[in-house]
Design a protein around this ligand. Structure first.
Ligand SMILES: [Zn+2]
Length: 261
């Protein structure tokens, strides 16, 4: 989840913790955005003061001791030319949990209309997946891949059932890479509040990841406001069970631990 440390976050850590306790969560991770070298500085998804970010997490962790386990995380946004800096940053700080995400395809943000100018629905998905695959082949400093089909949230083309099967040959390569390298997948519930009413990824795709040997799945609300802390967490556990998972994964010092559902 994202706090004021990310320019798009709209809650304090304290508010997020309070809400997490009130909805019965036992453990959370702050994963504020860190995208390097973005084309539009105004929308820079960057933590301005990393030391302060780490300290703030330590301070709420202390305050909520015994009530809520709080992990130091980050959502690191990848681009072809930022991989080295991203790895250096991730290694520099004591992160428990690192989400690798793609928010830009060759400098274009799928949240903006320019991305779709020369792309139909199929190409919008496949170019996004291909970018994930190309980046993850070269980058290893992360725990899970974030919001696999993120592009679906913003697509101008209406969602139709079966869209989650587009680009599956590339997604298969992504899943095989994750499994081979001991990385996991984020089940991101935020997609559920968009028009498709499906999480990232679709539950069928989650099952397929399982069939390909995927074992590591973390649940993320991707909350940017207090309202969405713990969003559809129970439903996410059901999706996991239905997909054949008996465990959900949590991370400490970037090491996975499997918790029985
Ligand atoms: Zn993201």
């Amino acid at each position: 989840m994202h706090t004021f440390f990310s320019p798009d976050g709209k809650m304090t850590m304290e508010e997020a913790c309070k809400k997490a306790v009130s909805v019965g969560l036992k453990e959370i991770a702050f994963t504020d955005h860190m995208d390097m070298d973005l084309p539009d500085n105004k929308n820079a998804f960057q933590i301005k003061d990393m030391d302060q970010y780490i300290q703030s997490i330590a301070s709420v962790r202390e305050k909520y001791k015994g009530k809520l386990s709080i992990k130091t995380g980050i959502e690191i946004g990848l681009q072809d030319w930022t991989l080295k800096d991203a790895a250096l940053l991730v290694r520099k700080y004591p992160f428990d949990f690192v989400i690798a995400s793609v928010h830009l395809v060759d400098g274009l943000d799928p949240a903006r209309s320019e991305y779709y100018e020369n792309r139909d629905k199929i190409k919008s998905y496949t170019d996004y997946y291909q970018k994930i695959y190309d980046l993850l082949r070269q980058y290893d400093d992360y725990c899970v891949l974030g919001h696999l089909d993120y592009v679906r949230r913003y697509m101008p083309y209406p969602y139709t059932p079966g869209d989650h099967k587009i680009g599956m040959e590339i997604v298969e390569s992504i899943f095989k890479l994750l499994v081979e390298r001991g990385k996991g997948l984020e089940l991101n519930t935020a997609g559920y509040k968009h028009s498709s009413k499906q999480p990232h990824p679709h539950p069928d795709i989650l099952k397929w990841y399982r069939d390909l040997g995927g074992e590591i799945v973390t649940i993320g609300s991707d909350a940017h406001t207090v309202k969405y802390v713990g969003y559809e967490n129970k439903r996410a556990l059901e999706w996991l069970k239905q997909a054949g998972f008996e465990y959900v994964t949590i991370f400490t010092d970037r090491q996975p631990k499997f918790v029985k559902i």
